[in-house]
Ligand binder design. Sequence first.
Ligand code: FAD
Length: 650
Amino acid sequence: MARLTKSAATQEVTLDSKAPSGPIEERWDHRRFELKLVNPTNKRKYRIIMVGSGLAGGSAAASLSELGYNVDVFCYQDSPRRAHSIAAQGGINAAKNYRNDGDSIFRLFYDTVKGGDFRSRESNVYRLAQVSVDIIDQCVAQGVPFAREYGGLLDTRSFGGAQVSRTFYARGQTGQQLLLGAYQALERQIAAGTVKMHTRHEMLDLVVVDGRARGIVTRDMVTGEIETHMADAVVLGSGGYGNVFYLSTNAMGCNATAIWRAHKKGALFGNPCFTQIHPTCIPVTGDHQSKLTLMSESLRNDGRVWVPKKMGDNRPPHQIPEEERDYFLERKYPSFGNLVPRDVASRNAKEVCDQGRGVGPGGRGVYLDFADAINRLGKSVIRERYGNLFDMYSRITGENPYEVPMRIYPAVHYTMGGLWVDYQLMSTIPGLFVIGEANFSDHGANRLGASALMQGLADGYFILPYTIGDFLATVGANPLSPAEVPEAQEAEAGVRAQIDRLLSLKGKRTVDDIHRDLGHVMWDYCGMARSDAGLRKALDRIPELRQEFWQGVTVPGVNESLNQSLEKAGRVADFLELAELMCIDALHRTESCGGHFREESQTPDGEALRDDVHFSYVAAWEYTGNLADPRLHKEPLSFEYVHPTQRSYK
Ligand SMILES: Cc1cc2nc3c(=O)[nH]c(=O)nc-3n(C[C@H](O)[C@H](O)[C@H](O)COP(=O)(O)OP(=O)(O)OC[C@H]3O[C@@H](n4cnc5c(N)ncnc54)[C@H](O)[C@@H]3O)c2cc1C
């Protein structure tokens, strides 16, 4: 265990975010003016690689090629439309103030910095709030069918951590509709010939030439062909890594490979331990499950969260009278009630279940009850607002949520951590940009609901198109072919060697088996509650699991055809390494912040206790070649506009 204290304390380096100074509302305008431009006729001389075609990658690729750049887009699905963004349900935030309820850019900025528990960069968050209003206009112009009010204005609803109604939505399918908008913009460019779409291609390494990102190595997932693609810049919009926990609300394919392999090539990893645990998921029912299902946070607009007051009360919910119910969020947080942020709602649900007041099999659930809302508004209004979510719940659980309360429990949902990027969205490898959930930025230690779609589209439509131009104008167009670059051949050889090694594994266990074990370790010790002793146990167990993987699993099939076992094995090999970094990061951060409750750091009434004196920074980790001994770099955070306080939603 010397590894932590030694490396974290003695080798740390300070990072420069390159964020502008001056009045916060003018920073992005000033920076945009300072950025170098690429002449319109020169743009076609540049090639950009985009890994990912979700909301971040799809919107960025469409915008960049519309500007005139040549873009190669890669995704592992058979269509960009299947990116995990399609799963997003509840909505997207924007400071439009259509409701006239007191919203503003400053308020969205304020709520996001506070919601992130003062662990995000103010300049970025302000810019995010500023461009949020443009996103809605852009999407409406594309034809995204947002819900509308009777008078025709776009409708909004409330999400956690805000007292205004600023979440735009399309029933419970907001991600799908936004993705269709971005996809159509992308298809237009594919038809125009400026985007080349490489579906079913998985990036397996980054090519770095003279310290600059110049390409990627991919595997064609249908033929097994290994190829190197070169470009003037590489962008990763490859999504989050919540599946390191095995069970999460993420799509089964979500993985960390693109960012993890870039990390091993020199990109620092920011706040890897910051994971979001979402309070409203369908509870785990056993070891047979391979994924969990989210019930959108929007349901907390009308659903009331409660458990029985008495421990072990297993009467059916309708037999428990009002006075014997504990609406614990309304009781403890009267100002925000059921709409407290996700971290607060999740922690409280865990607490009442730990007290033995949980409901359903195993006592790991709380009720989300719509009876009051149905009485007040009628079934048809509730069906109109949440119909598809209610149908999904009843198909999965066999219970009718119009008649009995839903049962929900927290589950892993989103990763705030990711590759560290500066204000220009560039990683510590020049020419490697990172957007959307794949980067660490904007959400601090806790993301507010409906802010991921906002960030992905802000990065893709409105920020990267400016900042990447500055980089390209500085370096100039310089096409390279893989054959003339030894670094490309080395990267390709490394990828082939790992595939051969994986296919030579003829042990007795399946990859899923080890992944499930890893998930248990991560959930138990690096989940909602963490402690020094628990994290040290995890740090002992993870290298053992890695050894069990490399000695004991079997990977059937061959490289030269569709081989999902091989794909999965490569991704789990990366999770087994990333998990160690997450635990090292969690161990070094001895404060509670966001959803990360450090048992040793709590207020007398059991709330999370931050330690601003020692931890007001982004922890960005460098790969040193030794997984147990990464080097810590710190980006100090300063708060000029939203002053850190103990967060209160009471
Ligand atoms: C169930 C659910 C509901 C949600 N609801 C909301 C909501 O209502 N509001 C909100 O704001 N947020 C929501 N979120 C979060 C939000 O959906 C995601 O954070 C966001 O969509 C991520 O977008 P992205 O473009 O960064 O990544 P993704 O959509 O995950 O796209 C990643 C892309 O990268 C590609 N890729 C990844 N690795 C590789 C590789 N190695 N090689 C090639 N391609 C690769 C994939 O093929 C894909 O195209 C929800 C999340 C979940 C799980």
